[in-house]
Design a protein around this ligand. Structure first.
Ligand code: PBG
Ligand code: ZN
Length: 332
């Protein structure tokens, strides 16, 4: 039992002003990155069923939506491409006529201050939906690590040439951060930042995203290259390798079920640490809120604050525009 009366702990919580004065964690719009889906075509704004409020935008309407988001104070977006055509090598992902190329160009022109981050992975562009080059033999398949590195490097370079500020490799191949860094530096893009999905788990929470991006694997799963949800020490090894290879920002993904991983990564490396509040986490909140089982605003703000308290400096979240609005009025 504590030797002081309980009021000693409660005293500092007794008024909103006192609570504000002693608050340890402060969420800011500066922490938020908004993931957006850009598709081929024009005048398209297609709702993503399992992610209420999120859409696939054609480039023209993506720019409009980005303008709205910037007005709310959000400084960075993460772009995923949905191409017209897919093939086994994901060629549309590193083409200079592809949807991401056009999106970066258009956003940079309309919103020069907006920080553009691009997801660098093959799965959105490959016909089989895997994150790398697949070698099949009968029912078995493997992903060719080194061949994939060449394509990822090419993709990162094309994004940089279009004007991306940050490239974010999400494939989990070994050595991709080093390969991308070399390629970028070799072409004069020393200033392009690498945010690596360093500790990315093989998670069921990506379900809605795979609808959103049409990137579900046609066979097998991603367990051979994404991490086992049971492991945290392995996450630290993954992060250490990515930092050695040149990652500037390291990410933990998903976020909610991995708060201990966020904390461990932050305390071990003291690097800018991002967490990805993924599609399934978003969908659960939206579904419960639609049934009025939870107070959406309070749950979202509490969750995002929790990420920061755990050690995240940057938060990738589909709630970003709502949270930016709520931050202006939120009192806890
Ligand atoms: C592509 C990628 C995925 C996500 C981000 N980049 C899907 C996956 O790895 O299956 C998931 C994002 C989310 O669920 O919100 N590699
Ligand atoms: Zn992928």
């Amino acid at each position: 039992m504590p030797s002081f009366p309980i009021t000693r702990l409660r005293r500092l919580r007794s008024t909103p002003t006192l609570r504000r004065l002693v608050r340890e964690t402060r969420l800011s719009v500066d922490d938020l990155i908004y993931p957006m889906f850009v598709r081929y075509g024009s005048k398209a704004r297609i709702p993503i069923k399992s992610m209420p409020g999120q859409h696939q935008f054609s480039v023209d309407l993506l720019v409009k939506e980005a303008e709205r988001v910037v007005k709310l104070g959000i400084g960075a977006v993460l772009l995923f491409g949905i191409p017209r055509t897919k093939d086994p090598l994901g060629k549309s992902g590193y083409s200079k006529t592809g949807v991401i190329w056009k999106a970066i160009k258009a956003l940079k022109k309309a919103l020069p201050e907006l920080c553009i981050i691009t997801d660098v992975c093959l799965c959105e562009y490959t016909s089989h939906g895997h994150c790398g080059v697949v070698i099949k033999s009968g029912k078995e398949f493997t992903v060719d690590n080194d061949e994939t590195l060449d394509l990822l490097s090419k993709m990162a370079l094309v994004h940089a040439q279009a004007g991306a500020d940050v490239v974010a490799p999400s494939d989990m191949m070994d050595g991709r951060v080093g390969a991308i860094r070399d390629t970028l530096d070799g072409h004069g893009f020393e200033n392009v930042v690498i945010m690596s999905y360093a500790a990315k788990y093989a998670s069921a929470y990506y379900g809605p995203f795979r609808d959103a991006a049409g990137s579900a694997p046609k066979f097998g799963d991603r367990r051979a290259y994404q991490m086992d949800p049971a492991n945290v020490r392995e996450a630290l090894r993954e992060v250490a390798l990515d930092i050695e290879e040149g990652a500037d920002i390291v990410m933990v993904k998903p976020a909610l079920a991995y708060m201990d991983v966020i904390r461990a990564v932050k305390e071990t490396f003291e690097y800018p640490t991002a967490c990805y509040n993924v599609s399934g986490e978003f969908a659960m909140v939206k579904a419960a809120a639609a049934k009025k089982w939870i107070d959406e605003k309070r749950v979202v703000m509490e969750t995002l604050t929790g990420f920061k308290r755990a050690g995240a400096d940057l938060i990738l979240t589909y709630h970003a525009p709502d949270a930016a609005k709520w931050m202006k009025s939120y009192k806890s």
